[in-house]
Design a binder for this molecule. Structure first.
Ligand code: NAD
Length: 357
């Protein structure tokens, strides 16, 4: 075998030889090595050097942009404030308390009390919607007091998130009472159990008014306020595992939560230039009044006793237990805090292992 060596590249040319001379072979190998080294150390053509410099400059610009934009979301905000909607109880309340522990001053929002004398009584607005006339003021003040006990400022404001004017008033009041708005948590939501064939246009529209328009109103009004302030911010929305795979008998609820993911991605794309990140959280099966109702209504459909349906769902959770509101609050704490500054447009599943994305 002889070697055809050209500019450091060795092409093997097979020529039958009677026998191989070992010292000659060693010399050939040394020659190839040296030529290759020389070739590698040759100066690159100037056009290549130029594009290499451009590339390095580009990467360094990208890195400094990343550093400044990723930290700017929560950087220099000083005292931080957050609005949490649907925070009188359940997941929203746990989020409000957790963010207060994280150092936020909190504006607690929920529906207004429009029927006196129904303390602790839930009054469904329509058949099995879980929208209540809550004794909100007592709930609010209770949560407000709990937050104040943590050494943070807290302010309760009643508003129906499905009404644009209510949300505008909510944001304005929060800014007036607590200062510039840094974080909006669009948590409020309703659910309903109905098969696709039972579902009426009114059912779908009511679901979307609160779960979709409510989130849209919160995202958009908060974004305008944050842009006016000019200091970035964080917007978070509540989706669900059903935003990835619907639950049977809850299709309109599931579709509304898919819409939350859609708004989350679209808002994230358009608000990034204002240093506002937009992310969602997707709880699994959390022990709140909402799941109490779901357990009962799904149980009626499936012929299960009260408490059985939630138990059956719980058995399918990889981590072996149902969720509690604090599980979700921890995830929201991360999404609201500086450690997630370089994340936007995502919807994080926090379900103990039901839905795998
Ligand atoms: N509980 C779960 O297993 C679960 C799972 C996935 C997602 N979620 C979502 O988590 C969020 C909170 O649910 P939860 O389980 O704490 O429910 P919940 O019913 O216990 O609490 C929801 C709160 O939102 C309020 N609310 C309803 N409509 C409102 C409106 N138009 N304006 C303002 N407030 C309103 C209610 O009054 C209530 O206080 C909802 O968006 C829900 O869809 C819950």
């Amino acid at each position: 075998m002889l070697w055809n060596v050209e500019r450091g590249t060795a092409h093997a040319t097979c020529i039958p030889t009677a026998g191989l001379h070992l010292p000659l072979l060693i010399n050939v190998i040394l020659f190839v090595g040296t030529s290759f080294e020389l070739y590698c150390s040759q100066e690159l053509p100037s056009s290549t050097v130029k594009s290499q410099e451009n590339y390095e400059q580009h990467m360094s610009n990208m890195a400094s942009t990343e550093t400044s934009s990723s930290s700017a979301v929560t950087e220099n905000q000083g005292k931080r404030t957050a609005i949490v909607t649907g925070a009188a109880r359940g997941i929203g309340k746990a989020i409000a308390l957790r963010l207060a522990k994280d150092g936020y001053d909190i504006c607690i929002n929920d529906l207004s009390l429009n029927q006196a004398g129904i303390d602790e009584v839930f009054l469904p607005i329509s058949s099995n919607f879980i929208v209540y006339d809550l004794p909100i003021y007592s709930y609010n003040f209770q949560t407000v007091k709990e937050i104040q006990a943590l050494g943070r400022k807290s302010y309760g404001h009643t508003a129906d998130v499905s009404k644009r004017s209510d949300v505008e008033a909510l944001v304005e009041a929060s800014v007036q009472n607590l200062g510039p708005l840094n974080t909006m948590v669009a948590n409020a939501g309703i659910s309903q159990v109905k098969s696709v064939l039972e579902m009426t246009e009114e059912d779908v529209s009511h679901m979307f008014e609160i779960n979709v328009y409510g989130v849209f109103n919160c995202y958009s009004v908060a974004a305008k306020q944050m842009i006016k302030q000019g200091n970035g911010g964080k917007i978070l929305g509540c989706a669900s595992i059903v935003a990835f795979r619907p639950f049977v008998n809850m299709t309109h609820y599931s579709a509304s939560k898919w819409a939350v993911r859609g708004f989350t991605q679209g808002f994230a794309m358009e608000l990034a230039e204002h240093k506002i990140t937009v992310n969602g959280y997707a709880p699994g099966i959390v022990g709140t009044p909402m799941w109490e109702m779901l357990d009962e209504k799904l149980g009626e459909k499936l012929g299960a006793q009260k408490g059985e349906t939630i138990k059956q769902f719980g058995e399918k959770i990889a981590l072996g237990r149902l969720s509690v509101p604090d599980d979700v609050a921890k995830c929201v704490s991360y999404l609201a805090g500086p450690d997630s500054d370089y994340m936007t447009g995502q919807t994080l599943i926090i379900d103990g292992g039901i839905q795998f994305s």
